[in-house]
Ligand binder design. Structure first.
Ligand code: G3P
Length: 218
């Protein structure tokens, strides 16, 4: 399986609304044979971006609710109907309780959505792996948004997360994120046993996001 490289647009001003659509369309023009590029755009743009690219799309969050009287929530069933492939859960900028993570994973599985559960530490990864998400994404919050990548700062923890998840939830694949901004960071993540990475500010905030993605994935 090709390594997964997910660009998390967050709500950066450079990647919301029309700009998010334009960014997704521009990045989709570049095909990479050796990695699977995917996007986690703002929730409000998912539906339009879905019509403009064939690349996998992930919501940045989903709630443990079915369709119905749930004002202000985002149901996994709605995401499925939009043709979205999956969702991040428990991102350090959108934390969930373990119980909410468990409930949402179950609802996502029912709707055949891929679940990428973020874990801020080895301990949290251990706890959340018990819910058998499709992916655990190790992202130490202190490194998010910075220019020191998790692969440079925490190679030992990454190695421990790989060993732990292989033991406790062998079917769960692994991603890491935080500060990833170069092809060395991506290569190092793969060497350490990751199945891919999550990238935030390095792409949407780049002078030339497409050139940045090409450099990252080269
Ligand atoms: O979801 C990935 C994101 O949190 C990483 O952010 O800006 O450190 O690449 P960044």
């Amino acid at each position: 399986m090709k390594p997964l490289v997910i660009i998390n647009f967050k709500l950066y001003p450079e990647a919301v609304g029309r700009k998010a659509v334009a960014l997704a369309v521009r990045l989709s023009k570049q095909r990479f044979s050796h990695v699977q590029l995917a996007f986690a755009p703002p929730l409000s743009t998912l539906s339009e971006i879905r019509t403009k690219t064939t690349l996998p799309l992930f919501a940045q969050h989903a709630d443990p609710v079915p369709l119905g009287a749930y004002t202000g929530h985002l149901s996994p069933e709605e995401l499925r109907r939009l043709g979205i492939q999956g969702t991040l859960l428990n991102h350090s900028e959108r934390k969930f309780s373990p119980a909410q993570v468990k409930k949402t994973i179950l609802l996502c599985k029912k709707n055949k959505l891929i679940t990428i559960v973020c874990a801020a530490s080895l301990n949290e990864a251990k706890k959340l792996a018990m819910f058998s998400p499709d992916y655990i994404a190790y992202e130490p919050p202190a490194l998010i948004g910075g220019n020191v990548s998790v692969t440079k700062a925490k190679p030992g923890i990454i190695t421990k997360v790989v060993a732990l998840i292989q033991k406790t939830s062998p079917k769960t694949k692994l991603l890491c994120g935080a500060g990833i901004h170069s092809s060395e960071d991506l290569q190092k993540a793969l060497q350490l046993g990751m199945h891919g990475v999550l990238i935030g500010h390095a792409v949407p905030k780049a002078k030339d996001p497409l050139l940045k993605v090409k450099q990252l994935i080269s």
